[in-house]
Design a protein around this ligand. Structure first.
Ligand code: C2E
Ligand code: CA
Ligand code: CA
Length: 609
């Protein structure tokens, strides 16, 4: 019985213990299940969150195996998230790239610090892109690094824009050639590599002649296309190691490393030859020439801009000598340009100090020998040196500095004032004044003339403008309309120094001209120079066809006069009659109505009386 009781109590105890164990196990299971649910819920929350990030996002363990990546990541690698988990970079990006990623991961793991980098990424199929990446260490509860997490943003577009900006900052947009900035960098780099004892660098400043004409008379678009073609030609004309840069509108620099003047001369010829071919753009042919200046390192400058400046100065001299040529820099050239600069500043002073005056040279009627006009010529008495400076010495400097505009205004007013004075004295005689091309480019020249003529009440027909052919080169509509405006005032316009300038005569028909002045060179010894005679004759024929008067200037001898009188010349001018005269010397001639007929050859005299 006792045994039976003991058995029962033992069984009950066992059932109790078992029940308790089952309950405990059940509760444990319930907790675990809850935990499991909670963590997988958390995981999917995190996954949803990282999937919403447009950048590549990942978590790796310490061995750089992916524990988690977002959808964007898997998309870039053409995989699913599940396929990537457990893989390494070597599986996805190849050994080389993986090695770099691993090195970065190790840095983060070892230093326990975030890492920011911009990196070039080679994606599947070798597609390259740029990423801005942040890698951070992942820590456990105890602060131990257990892996890394990272986020990478695609910055390929930004990089492309940056690269483009960088290119633009260093290149000329039209021709793609290096610009000033890159030129300086390249020349500097070259000079640094130089052993000055053994090597030279020649720098050529190339400036196109009359390029402005294409821009002004045709169009800027055509001008651009011409420049592009020329840029390509220049690149072909030089060697691979040479540098061709565009530093301004029609200004190019060619730097020839390891090249002295001898070798540069050979290259110069090939540059000239490449430019000599007409440029064809949209069925138009352009003959383009250029003026070039050369400077050599180290003699003419030890840095890029000194060389450019000196080559520019030499180029400028090439222009002054008639363009389409090259000039080598020398110290004499530099000295001359300093002289010109001093002259410029002296001109400004001289105008204020009233050091300019006018001399008048008579123009003689070829029929009657009477004075039919005067040419006003500027004179400068420099008070400092007490010397007379002739226009040939200061007009070019004034034209270069732009000061000719002030000087020209002074001239216009001075002439009109003189005409008004003479009119009051009963003398009406036309006066011609020389006008520089720079003045004609002023929009206001017509208005200015009109203003002076009205202010001093002088009729326009008493005024004549003498322009050189260079103005006519720019056969542009705005020059023509400006001249029309001047002609409408009654002012006549003539071409000075005719025969020496521009050879395209088409402009004669378009411009509102009244006379041509045959250049002095053709009058010089016309009796013995058959060629001079022929040219003068041709000019006269041409003028007659175009209904223009002809003036022969620079007549110094009876022999020259004699030949000219046998030709179709209308007016005569030259030292043979009178030199340019001061007012005091001129007035008696005007008052006495001076005739030079007695200086004409006898037979002409009687025929013409
Ligand atoms: P240009 O317009 O051809 O003027 C004629 C020049 O030839 C004058 O020189 C005159 O003195 C000179 N001349 C006249 N007859 C003879 C001659 O028989 N033999 C020789 N050998 N020479 C003669 P000038 O006064 O020295 O002027 C030189 C140039 O300066 C002028 O050439 C003209 O282009 C320019 N110039 C003169 N005055 C002015 C002005 O007020 N404004 C502008 N823009 N240019 C001027
Ligand atoms: Ca003249
Ligand atoms: Ca002349």
């Amino acid at each position: 019985m006792q045994f039976g009781i003991n058995m029962l109590s033992g069984c009950l105890a066992a059932i109790f213990v078992l029940t308790v164990m089952v309950i405990i196990a059940w509760r444990k299971y319930a907790v675990l299940k809850k935990e499991f649910n909670r963590s997988s819920l958390a995981h999917s929350h995190v996954q949803a969150l990282v999937d919403s990030i447009p950048d590549l996002t990942w978590v790796k363990d310490k061995e750089s195996r992916f524990l988690m990546v977002n959808r964007q990541f898997s998309r870039v690698f053409n995989s699913t998230v599940e396929e990537i988990i457990g893989k390494t970079d070597a599986d996805l990006s190849g050994i080389e790239t993986a090695r770099q990623y691993l090195a970065d991961d190790m840095l983060v793991i070892n230093q326990g610090e975030p890492l920011h980098l911009e990196e070039r990424i080679t994606g599947p199929g070798g597609v390259e892109s740029w990423a801005e990446t942040v890698k951070v260490p992942v820590l456990d509860k105890n602060g131990e690094v257990v892996g890394t997490a990272g986020i990478a943003r695609d910055i390929s577009e930004r990089k492309r824009v940056e690269k483009h900006i960088q290119h633009m900052a260093h290149h000329d947009a039209l021709t793609g050639l290096p610009n000033r900035v890159l030129l300086e960098i390249m020349v500097k780099r070259n000079l640094l590599q130089h052993d000055p004892a053994r090597h030279n660098l020649t720098l050529i400043f190339v400036d196109l002649d009359n390029f402005k004409m294409i821009n002004d008379t045709i169009s800027h678009k055509i001008g651009d296309l011409v420049l592009k073609q020329l840029a390509e030609r220049l690149c072909h004309a030089v060697r691979a190691k040479d540098i061709v840069a565009r530093i301004g509108g029609d200004e190019f620099i060619i730097a020839l490393p390891y090249t002295g003047l001898d070798q540069a001369n050979t290259l110069l010829q090939s540059i000239e030859a490449c430019l000599a071919q007409p440029v064809k753009v949209e069925n138009l042919n352009f003959d383009v020439s250029c003026s070039m200046g050369l400077a050599v390192y180290p003699e003419n400058g030890e840095d890029c801009w000194t060389l450019v400046q000196n080559a520019d100065l030499a180029m400028y001299h090439a222009k002054l000598c008639g363009k389409n040529r090259s000039v080598i820099f020398s110290q004499q050239l530099a000295d001359k340009s300093i002289q010109n600069m001093t002259l410029d500043s002296r001109i400004i002073d001289a105008l204020e100090k009233r050091e300019f005056s006018l001399a008048y040279q008579p123009k003689v009627d070829a029929q009657t020998g009477a004075i039919v006009g005067l040419e006003a010529l500027m004179r400068w008495h420099d008070a400092v040196s007490n010397e007379w400076i002739m226009p040939g010495d200061f007009i070019p400097a004034a034209e270069r500095s732009g000061f000719i505009l002030k000087l020209g205004d002074w001239l216009m007013e001075e002439v009109v004032v003189q005409l008004a004075k003479w009119r009051k004295q009963g003398i009406e005689i036309p006066v011609a004044m020389n006008i520089s091309a720079v003045q004609i480019h002023q929009n206001s020249i017509g208005q200015k003339l009109k203003g002076y003529l009205e202010d001093y009440q002088v009729p326009g027909h008493l005024l004549e403008l003498e322009l050189t052919e260079s103005v006519m080169i720019e056969n542009s509509d705005h020059i023509i309309s400006r001249l029309e405006e001047i002609k409408a005032l009654g002012v006549s316009i003539s071409i000075d120094d005719f025969g020496t300038g521009y050879s395209n005569l088409a402009y004669l028909a378009r411009f509102p001209l009244s006379s041509l002045k045959i250049d002095r060179v053709f009058v010089d010894n016309i009796q013995s120079h058959h060629n001079h005679f022929q040219v003068a004759n041709a000019i006269m024929d041409l003028a007659k066809c175009m209904n223009l008067r002809v003036v022969a200037e620079g007549i110094e001898t009876k022999e020259e006069l004699s030949v000219l009188l046998g030709m179709c010349v209308d007016e005569l001018q030259g030292f043979f009659f009178d030199k340019p005269l001061s007012l005091e010397c001129l007035m008696p001639l005007l008052n006495s109505r001076q005739s030079y007929l007695d200086r004409f050859p006898l037979q002409k005299r009687s025929a013409q009386r």
